[in-house]
Write a protein that binds this ligand. Sequence first.
Ligand SMILES: Nc1ncnc2c1ncn2[C@@H]1O[C@H](C[S@+](CC[C@H]([NH3+])C(=O)[O-])CC(=O)[O-])[C@@H](O)[C@H]1O
Ligand SMILES: O=C(O)C(=O)Cc1ccccc1
Length: 243
Amino acid sequence: MSRDNLYSLPRERVGQFQFDADVANVFPDMISRSVPGYASILSVIEQLAGRFVLPGTNVYDLGCSLGAATLLIRNQAPADVSIHAVDNSAAMIDRLRDKLDADAAAPDACEVHLQLADICDVAMNNASMIVLNFTLQFVPAEKRRGLLQSCFDALLPGGGLVISEKVCFDDPGQQSLLTELHLDFKRACGYSELEIAQKRTSLENTLIPESIAAHSDRLTEIGFSVVAPWFQCFNFASILAVK
Ligand SMILES: Nc1ncnc2c1ncn2[C@@H]1O[C@H](C[S@+](CC[C@H]([NH3+])C(=O)[O-])CC(=O)[O-])[C@@H](O)[C@H]1O
Ligand SMILES: O=C(O)C(=O)Cc1ccccc1
């Protein structure tokens, strides 16, 4: 796996963060050294798939990147399920296609359909499970409710939506403490102060966090019958919403 050193040299100008070929190339290393709990969340997504994914239904992995969640869900899905893995980064979709081509999946593994598209434009239906694993945070704020409403409308009764996000806190003390603890995590994972600072600049108007309460309230307003935050490590959280 290639090591993420994309921000290790000083840049004259730090541009907006893009999911381009350079990022796709180092993505597994980047996300595991940047998001505390990423591996644990993925492992629980596989567990949830075992409970929620039903025969003859669709599963959507929205903002799939290199398909980490898709590949684990596939381990749990009946053969007649279709997993739709969607991302608007051509570099991510191309690498995921190569990965699936090279992968010797079980002979009865379900189909994975790759879609290079904006997740706000994807038509969804007959869904037993939808995953937004660290993706909603990149969707413009004004489009989030519409996207979540489409998820709700596409889900079957009892279907599950998993939303993992970087979150923020209304209380300034919590905000600064949990942000500092996240930075300590990145330092402990080997990122330098320069790498941390340059990446922070690149994410500034791109990754827009909301509070856990803002996420939960919106999901409840949309009509989910259960909204359960189930994971938090510092300023990263995951919520399970059931229709
Ligand atoms: N509007 C959009 N439409 C489609 N894709 C988008 C959009 N906005 C962002 N993306 C895509 O969402 C992904 C976010 S990464 C997800 C990790 C993965 N879920 C994982 O479980 O490993 C999380 C992170 O990097 O923090 C990238 O691949 C973007 O191209
Ligand atoms: O790196 C960070 O500080 C993050 O907030 C998480 C992240 C991880 C991977 C790509 C973009 C953001």
